[in-house]
Ligand binder design. Structure first.
Ligand SMILES: Nc1nc2c(c(=O)[nH]1)N[C@H]1C(S)=C(S)[C@@H](COP(=O)(O)O)O[C@H]1N2
Ligand SMILES: [Mo]
Length: 197
């Protein structure tokens, strides 16, 4: 066999895993769903906070598909349940000048994306994986899911969603990871500055 062909259902440079790797900085924070809150704030007409019960009372849906980590594993056929991000947006009513959304999580983790990307219908605030509550190591009780981007753009232990009229790079983005992070374009790291040659 002269070469191995890239599986066209998996983004370039990725290898499928059947396990569920755990990746994060810091320790798993002990979060009590009873006291957990999601704060929706920034440039919005209607800032609000959601409790665990209030989040689960919102319109929800399930999503089935693949996730991709920049460390080169992809996991196929994952199942998540949660509230579409668009539902949060509809309630918050972002001002017309909003361009970006910052996810805020425990351990001072943040990640940033354009509002237009976050409005994709597979972007969700999720609380179930595989029909069960999300385990703490995977970001439970509540994490973000942005499956069209490398998985660092999906914050675990989500507690805030901030709407801004400019971009602010998040934890990995300031450390040289790509701001857009599209796995199909293999946007793993930032471009080198032009003076680098
Ligand atoms: N709060 C927080 N969220 C995070 C991270 C983190 O370090 N802290 N790591 C990100 C990275 S790099 C990946 S690949 C995924 C890993 O999610 P998993 O551990 O459920 O596989 O979470 C993302 N979300
Ligand atoms: Mo990652």
């Amino acid at each position: 066999m002269p070469f191995l062909k890239q599986d066209p259902t998996v983004p370039p440079g990725q290898t499928v895993t059947t396990g569920f790797p755990v990746l994060h900085v810091g320790d798993v924070p002990p979060i009590d769903a009873k006291t957990w809150k999601l704060r929706v704030f920034g440039l919005v007409e209607n800032p609000f906070e959601l409790s665990w019960d209030e989040l689960r009372a919102m319109p929800s849906k399930t999503w089935h598909g693949d996730i991709h980590c920049v460390t080169r594993w992809s996991k196929k056929e994952t199942d998540w349940k949660g509230v579409p991000f668009a539902e949060i947006v509809a309630r918050a009513k972002p001002k017309s000048n909003v361009t970006h959304v910052i996810q805020h999580a425990d351990n001072d983790y943040t990640t940033n994306l354009p509002l237009s990307v976050m409005l994709d219908d597979d972007v969700m605030v999720v609380y179930e994986f595989d029909g069960k509550p999300i385990e703490p190591v995977h970001g439970g009780p509540v994490r973000m899911l942005v499956p069209k981007r490398y998985f660092w753009k999906s914050a675990k232990w989500l507690h805030g969603l901030e709407f801004l009229d400019h971009d602010v790079k998040g934890f990995w983005e300031v450390r040289g990871y790509n701001n857009d992070a599209d796995p199909w374009k293999e946007e793993r790291y930032s471009d080198l500055p032009s003076w680098f040659g």
